[in-house]
Design a binder for this molecule. Structure first.
Ligand code: MN
Length: 207
C-alpha cells in the first residue's frame, strides 16, 4: 500500500459500531427501526459526507472541526448537514441503552435537582422539547455555563455549534419512531425516557 492510500483511507469518516445489538432496545425501539435508522440513515449520512468532502480541503478535518467550519455557511450546507447528522446519530445511540431510564448517577442527579428541581421535571422538559419540535430535529440535555438546560434543534442542527456542551439527545425525526409508533411521537419519547435513556452517558459527558 502506498502512503497516499493510507492517508486517504485515514481521512474517511467511519460509521461507528452500534454500542449494542440491533434488537437490544426492543420492544421500545424495534430491531426493524434500528436496522433502517442505523444501517440506512446513519450510514447514508457518513457515506454522503465522505463523497462530498473527497479531494477538498475539508477532507482532513476531524468531524467536530468540520461541523464548526461549515456551520452557517451557505455554500457548505450539504456538508454541514451530513457531518452534523453523522455526529448527532453517534451521540444518540450512546444516549440510549438497554434497560436504561431509572435513576441517574448521584453526581448527575444533584446537578439535575439544582437545575430543574427534580428528575421528573427534567424528564418533562425533555419530553416537551421532543414533542414540540416542529418537524424533524432533536431534543437535548446540555450544560451551559455550569447549569443543565434542555434545548431543541431542527433538522441537522446541533448544540455543538452553540457554545454549550451536549450531554444526551433524543432523535425526533420520523424515521426514529414511525415504524413502531406511527404518529405517536409522545409515546416514543416517554418510553425512551422511562426505559432507554442512558443517564450514565450524560454523567460521563459532564466531565
Ligand atoms: Mn435519525
Amino acid at each position: 500500500m502506498t502512503s497516499i492510500d493510507t492517508i486517504e483511507k485515514a481521512a474517511l469518516h467511519v460509521l461507528p459500531p452500534l454500542p449494542y445489538a440491533e434488537n437490544a432496545l426492543d420492544p421500545v425501539i424495534s430491531a426493524n427501526t434500528i436496522g433502517f435508522h442505523y444501517g440506512k440513515h446513519h450510514k447514508g449520512y457518513v457515506d454522503t459526507l465522505n463523497k462530498l468532502i473527497a479531494g477538498t480541503q475539508l477532507a482532513d478535518l476531524s468531524l467536530e472541526k468540520l461541523i464548526a467550519e461549515t456551520s452557517g455557511k451557505a455554500d457548505n450546507v450539504a456538508i454541514f448537514n451530513n457531518a452534523a447528522q453523522t455526529w448527532n446519530h453517534t451521540f444518540y445511540w450512546r444516549s440510549l441503552r438497554p434497560k436504561g431510564g431509572s435513576e441517574p448517577p448521584a453526581a448527575l442527579k444533584q446537578r439535575i435537582e439544582a437545575s430543574f428541581g427534580n428528575l421528573d421535571a427534567c424528564k418533562k422538559e425533555l419530553a416537551t422539547a421532543a414533542t414540540t419540535q416542529f418537524g424533524s430535529g432533536w431534543a437535548w440535555l446540555v450544560l451551559e455555563a455550569g447549569k443543565l438546560k434542555v434545548v431543541k434543534t431542527g433538522n441537522a442542527d446541533t448544540p455543538l455549534t452553540k457554545g454549550v456542551k451536549p450531554l444526551l439527545t433524543i432523535d425526533v425525526w420520523e424515521h426514529a419512531y414511525y415504524l413502531d409508533y406511527q404518529n405517536r411521537r409522545a409515546d416514543y419519547v416517554n418510553a425512551v425516557l422511562d426505559k432507554l435513556i442512558n443517564w450514565g452517558f450524560a454523567a460521563d459527558n459532564l466531565g
